[in-house]
Design a protein around this ligand. Structure first.
Ligand SMILES: [Ca+2]
Ligand SMILES: [Ca+2]
Length: 431
């Protein structure tokens, strides 16, 4: 009997997880293996550190320690990063092959980019709490960046990774958290190279995201604004994430822009969110055009339109808060250098929202259910609704701003202000 009790108690302790008893530091110079991109970058700094080679253009690689030497238990992981003024390298940490942290180095002193200064500061980047087993492989990936031109950049220097015993709650791994996603998958338009999605097609995942309509000129039902706290250091979590499913028909490099409205007097404030596609690191994604709707969108640190290499298939677009009060109406993902792309501060091409329930050859997949749901626009009354074969629908099927059931297939809704919504299986494809 007493044996049973002992066993039960031991099992209970194992289940609850225990803090390990001793801190462990894996020194950057004590790695077991690395890609050739990593090198001793202590020179010119007050630190003994590894970093990526200076090549004048962005490179990335892995560096790893084969076997975690500490006892099995719960630790908070700190990347001992060297911050600089001229770049904010993306990094990822893996424990036993599982991605446990993904973010970017902040700038030196918690400020913004300063291309004219040279300064170094060691800073502990909190990579969250994990259960780590003795013998687990610890791996780091990072990327060098050159936002100030090819002659100087940031090389993800670090002095080590520190593991401090803790009893804090384990942090969810990136991608493990509860995510609210729009249930539709958006396909490219008929030409196959761009996908346009209304921001408000993702259900609001957190009470600090708001659907608003104050600034005229938006499309769809309005735009989203983050009214919560600013989160400059890193994305604040998947529970605050706007998430969209898109389908790429032609593999290649894709760019991202969101149609945005920046209302702060200073064009460098309240002007950005974090954006990622799939497993790409979240990057600060900003506008500099004030007091009007524009597609002006710049990714930091590349100062580009986002360089996402996407295979054919389904992909996930993710937006998380960074600054507050920045309005976003819809986004476009389009083939880099495609003719229908645009790379200037153009005013506002009418990029109609692309279809869902489509295929790469443009044919429409009929929904299995006989009815689909549609929420009529709130700001104009419905005048009439038709199916594509001209059959007029009972206006009561659609009048009022509540969600209504409509027949599957193509439906056209005409409003009293003269505007028209065309829908495929309940999703607006053009207004
Ligand atoms: Ca530098
Ligand atoms: Ca919108």
């Amino acid at each position: 009997m007493s044996n049973t009790i002992k066993l039960t108690a031991a099992a209970l302790i194992l289940c609850l997880g225990t803090a390990a008893s001793a801190q462990v530091t894996l020194g950057a110079m004590d790695f077991d293996g690395k890609d050739s991109e990593w090198t001793d970058r202590s020179g010119g700094t007050p630190y003994t550190c590894m970093g990526l080679n200076g090549t004048g253009s962005s490179i990335d690689g892995d560096i790893w320690w084969n076997s975690f030497p500490g006892e099995t238990g719960r630790y908070r992981i700190y990347l001992q990063a060297i911050l600089e003024t001229d770049g904010n390298s993306p990094y990822k940490i893996f424990v036993g092959g599982t991605l446990v942290a993904s973010s970017s180095y902040p700038f030196y002193g918690g400020g913004d980019k300063d291309c004219g200064a040279t300064a170094y500061e060691e800073s502990d980047l909190d990579c969250g709490v994990k259960e780590i087993s003795q013998g687990d492989e610890i791996r780091m990936w990072a990327q060098s960046v050159y936002p100030c031109g090819s002659d100087h950049g940031q090389y993800a220097r670090f002095t080590g990774i520190r593991f401090e015993p803790t009893t804090d709650e384990v942090t969810p791994n990136p991608g493990d958290e509860q995510v609210v996603t729009g249930d539709e998958v958006y396909y490219p338009d008929a030409i196959g190279e761009k996908i346009v999605v209304e921001i408000e097609s993702c259900p609001i995942p957190h009470s600090d995201w708001h659907l608003e309509t104050e600034y005229a000129g938006y499309s769809g039902d309005g735009y989203y604004v983050w009214r919560g706290p600013q989160s400059f250091g890193s994305p604040p979590g998947a529970d605050k994430q706007l998430t969209y499913k898109i389908y790429i028909c032609e593999a290649g490099q894709y760019w991202f822009k969101y149609r945005n409205h920046l209302i702060h007097d200073n064009h460098e404030e309240n002007n950005d969110y974090f954006v990622s596609i799939d497993d790409y690191s979240f990057r600060k994604t900003m506008s500099h055009i004030k007091n009007q709707w524009s597609w002006y969108t710049i990714f930091d640190p590349c100062w580009c339109s986002g360089d996402f290499n996407l295979d054919e298939g389904e992909h996930t677009v993710k937006i998380q808060p960074r600054s507050s009060d920045f309005c976003i109406d819809k986004f476009i993902v389009y083939k880099a250098w495609s003719e229908q792309g645009f790379d200037t501060n153009e005013s506002d091409p009418d990029h109609a929202v692309t279809p869902t329930a489509n295929t790469c050859d443009g044919s429409v997949i009929a929904h299995k259910s006989a009815a689909v749901r549609y929420k009529p626009r709130a700001r104009a009354a419905v005048e009439a609704a038709y199916t594509i074969d001209g059959r007029r629908l009972d206006k009561n099927m659609i009048a009022g701003a509540a969600v209504k059931a409509l027949p599957a297939g193509v439906v056209v809704v005409r409003y009293t202000d003269g505007s028209v919504s065309r829908m495929v299986n309940g999703k607006v494809v053009k207004r």
